[in-house]
Design a protein around this ligand. Structure first.
Ligand code: GLP
Length: 244
């Protein structure tokens, strides 16, 4: 894993936005995997700004979001789809038919997961997968467990994950859906290039375990150690527990 440090969240977001703009210039039809959460909000803002200044063109790009809550539709204000509309999709020129988000209201969730895997394969796989990380080491919604799923699947969320997503549901963890759909570990690890971003002291411990700890299903992000092309972009606070 290559690790790049930034003095703060803003510098990180700016650098990554420029890197994405360069990647899309080199390969306009790139397929991007996208995360939600607080961490990428500033990045999405920077991407919107670059687009407004005509320095970034998404017109031929394709996106696949990592995950979505189960049991709520794309119009629900707490959905990740709504989050993406607000922070990125409404601000850049992605073509609507190349935006892919799992449908949490699909009548048959298992079939929805299969549809998603087929769509990723049909797009040629993911070129650049952006990731955040949960404080418990989850990526997407692949929660620490005895076993992890390879492919896009239905998942039960942990209490801590529901708590950290409460802001999307009026601050009430009890209103956060109990289940979600998420890309699996293989879906993520098959991306050609992965960039994980983390900021703030609350991520320091899991970043240390992800980088230096054993590869274990109890820390799903530790599986990134087996991938040949992973970049970690961290602010000083998130990197503070890494041994150097
Ligand atoms: C959610 C998402 C993850 C994300 C994580 C971290 O649970 N499913 O994809 O990485 O939260 O969120 P934050 O960036 O708010 O810390």
């Amino acid at each position: 894993m290559t690790i790049t440090l930034f003095k703060d969240e803003r510098a990180l977001a700016r650098a990554l936005a420029l890197q994405i703009a360069a990647a899309l210039e080199a390969r306009p039809e790139a397929v991007l995997g996208l995360p939600t959460g607080r961490t990428p909000i500033r990045l999405y803002h920077e991407l919107g700004t670059l687009h407004a200044h005509r320095q970034l063109d998404f017109s031929r790009a394709t996106t696949f979001n990592l995950d979505e809550f189960l049991g709520i539709g794309p119009d629900h204000p707490g959905s990740y789809r709504a989050f993406m509309e607000q922070h990125l999709f409404s601000r850049v020129n992605l073509s609507a038919d190349r935006i892919n988000v799992l449908n949490g209201a699909a009548p048959d969730p298992e079939r929805e997961c299969e549809r998603y895997e087929t769509a990723i394969a049909a797009a040629g796989g993911i070129d650049l997968q952006l990731l955040g990380i949960g404080t418990n080491g989850h990526i997407g919604f692949n929660e620490p467990a005895r076993e992890l799923a390879g492919r896009t699947h239905r998942v039960t969320l942990t209490r801590s994950t529901r708590r950290s997503n409460a802001a999307l549901f009026g601050g009430e963890a009890d209103r956060v859906p109990r289940e979600a759909l998420s890309m699996g570990m293989a879906t993520i690890l098959h991306a050609r290039h992965i960039i994980l971003i983390a900021t703030g002291k609350s991520k320091a411990k899991c970043i240390e375990r992800m980088v230096h700890g054993p590869i274990t299903t109890k820390m799903p992000a530790s599986f990134l150690q087996v991938h040949a092309n992973v970049e970690l972009m961290l602010d000083d606070a998130a990197a503070s527990a890494i041994r150097r």
